[in-house]
Design a protein around this ligand. Sequence first.
Ligand SMILES: [Zn+2]
Length: 467
Amino acid sequence: MTSTSSWLDEDLTFSNDAKTNKKTPFYEPIVNGFESGYKPHVSYHYNPAVSNYHYGVRHPMKPFRLMLTDHLVIAYKLYEKMDLYTPRRATREELLDFHSEDYIKFLETVTPDNVNKFSQVLKKFNIGDDCPIFDGMYDYCSLYAGGSIDASRKLINGMSDIAINWSGGLHHAKKYEPSGFCYVNDIVLGILNLLRVHPRILYIDIDLHHGDGVQEAFYLTDRVMTVSFHKYNGEFFPGTGNYDETGVGKGKHFALNVPLQDGIDDESYINLFKSVIEPVITTFKPTAIIQQCGADSLGCDRLGCFNLNIKAHGECVNFVRSFGLPMMVVGGGGYTPRNVSRLWCHETSIMTNVKLKTKLPDELPFRSFFGPDYSLHPNLGDRIDNKNTKKYLENLKNQLLENIRFMRGAPSVSMSEIPPDIQGITTEEEDAIISQLNRESELDDIESDKRYWINEKDNARDLELVD
Ligand SMILES: [Zn+2]
């Protein structure tokens, strides 16, 4: 024993004893007196096909981060704690619940080969470096959107209390156009579905960027409250999200924005998050919550500028979970794949109420990619100067609490305001949709069993695993 700290770190104990390692479980239950009564049913919605798409070699958005996340979740055996679903693709009709007909038609038709024919409309649809046209783009969109729609349905029919779709969370997409790597807004689609039975829905976004697409979609209504924590200086993408954006008309006071500066650290982020979210929940009284868990707010993100560690990000999600409300959990940004996957695996363990061993399981595929520390919790803080002074954060908090007071309690919803069934689908209709989709695409031809094995295809992609 060389230092006092080494015996305090339980993960170092027995680290050289292979036999003990083998017998030690990957996780242990969290014993928490306050929460012992809450045992939510958790579901995990993931279609492995969604990780096979490529935005382009130099593009920072790497769908294979979802494959890495899934490998971690499986290696830690978290599948023992959740229902696993392989969601079908969203249908065209489902995408049209939010998006315009001509935009969806464009996404369906355009390919890298015929893109020249569309030169007239590329600008109209905001196609360019951020949102390129790539092979299978429409399938990719319908897969991640299908995950969020599936998750919302499991919450509606009571099969889940917490439904997770790490492939979703693409919060920038607009009704008529893509934005910031997002083509279809799966969050809006999930919320529209939940609005069929839930009077009030709270959306919380902790991505580095402002959740502008979701805010815009529900800016005029008091049935969906949107809260976004993000970097803001008026120029940083997408340029919106100052504290004075609070909603319009009936939606006035039902949008809340938390503009932050570079380098915010764990403690100030968690404190601000809790002191804002607690009064939001007790005042607005949501009946369901959508939590967007964008991982670009972590320190060391390729496009990031905050100093958050995985545990701090997770603590925010844990705090939301502690209110015991039906919850949909989605991914979002995150451009350093090895940290994105560590974060989302850690947050999956929070949802299932277990504590994971810090040392990554030996059986983990692509384990070498997580070196040199091979830890679930590398230090990601202290890289960037914290520009958020105590005074700035204090003033911001007071301003936000003032905005929350303006809300004056939860709006009551009369039945006439609940929109008519948007896609009430019977089991037979659902089966018909599935067989139709299966005929249309081989992508759905995936047995979920295969996920427990490292398949050849994954191995062939080893070269991709660079930042
Ligand atoms: Zn982002």
